[in-house]
Structures are given as C-alpha cells and as structure tokens.
Design a protein around this ligand. Structure first.
Ligand SMILES: [Zn+2]
Length: 154
C-alpha cells in the first residue's frame, strides 16, 4: 500500500468499501482476468449485463499490475445463439479514479450505474427479447413492482 502513505494525495478507496457498496445495491461479485467485477443483469433482458470493473485484484497476494487505474462501468449484451456467442457493447461510462475520498468515489460509481441502468433499459425495450427467461424476468419484475406499490399504499 505504498500509495496510501501519510500526506499522499492518492489515497485509494479500500476494496471493502467498494465491495459493500455494490453488494448492497444487489450486484454480484465475479472475477475477470484477475480483476474483481460486479455484475447486474437487466430485468427486461437477462442477456444484458451492467458491469463494474473495480481495479481490485481477485487474488490478494497477486502483485501483478492490472494495467488499469480507473473504475469502469460498462454494459454489454451477450447471447449464445446456436453455439456462437453474440456480444454487443451497450454502454461505456467515463472512467472513475479510485483515489480521493471514499464518499466521492462511491457517489460517482452510483451516478455511472444509474446512467448505465437507464441505457440498458432503453436497449432492452428496443430488443423486445422473447427469450423465455427474459419474458419471465419481466413478469416477475412487474409483479414485484405491483406488490411494492400495494404495500406502499397501505
Ligand atoms: Zn434476453
């Protein structure tokens, strides 16, 4: 942790602060090329994933440079059609540096997620995905929404 010495302007936000924040938002942790990622599948189409690349190494003892110094929020569409993978980028947010106050970094992540979420929803509506899982997910979501508003109006 050489970058976080006293007086340094480049204090890294601790991995656990980022992890707790994203888990609380319902994102699921994974690992891609030794970088911790957090994924959220879109409720309108399960083929759309909103992903946060954290710059955190998956293996704690791993010292290899990840080659990335900024948090990235992206979204992509991925679907296996008869054995061939279709992958399209859906969203790419401005990068977020992992330095400075934790509060600011987390609120920037939240902003980018909100942006990405809106783009994913638009994309999903255009797709009108007829896949069984995606149709089911839309129905489940609508039912949850209805239950929530019923609960709120009590
Ligand atoms: Zn779908």
């Amino acid at each position: 942790m050489k970058k976080s010495g006293p007086g340094s302007r480049f204090v890294e936000v601790p991995p656990d602060a980022i992890r707790d924040f994203l888990v609380e938002k319902g994102l699921v942790e994974g690992c891609v090329r030794n970088e911790v990622v957090f994924d959220m599948k879109n409720h309108n189409c399960r083929h759309i994933t909103l992903r946060v690349y954290t710059t955190i190494a998956c293996a704690q003892d791993e010292t290899r440079d990840l080659g990335e110094d900024a948090i990235r929020v992206v979204a992509f569409y991925e679907r296996d059609v008869e054995g061939s993978l279709i992958r399209k980028p859906v969203f790419k947010a401005a990068k977020i540096l992992r330095t400075g106050s934790a509060e600011k970094v987390l609120s920037r992540i939240e902003e980018r997620l909100r942006e990405g979420y809106a783009v994913c929803n638009r994309f999903a509506k255009e797709q009108q995905c007829k896949h069984e899982d995606c149709v089911k997910s839309r129905i489940d979501h609508a039912l949850r929404r209805a239950a929530q508003s019923k609960e709120a109006s009590k």
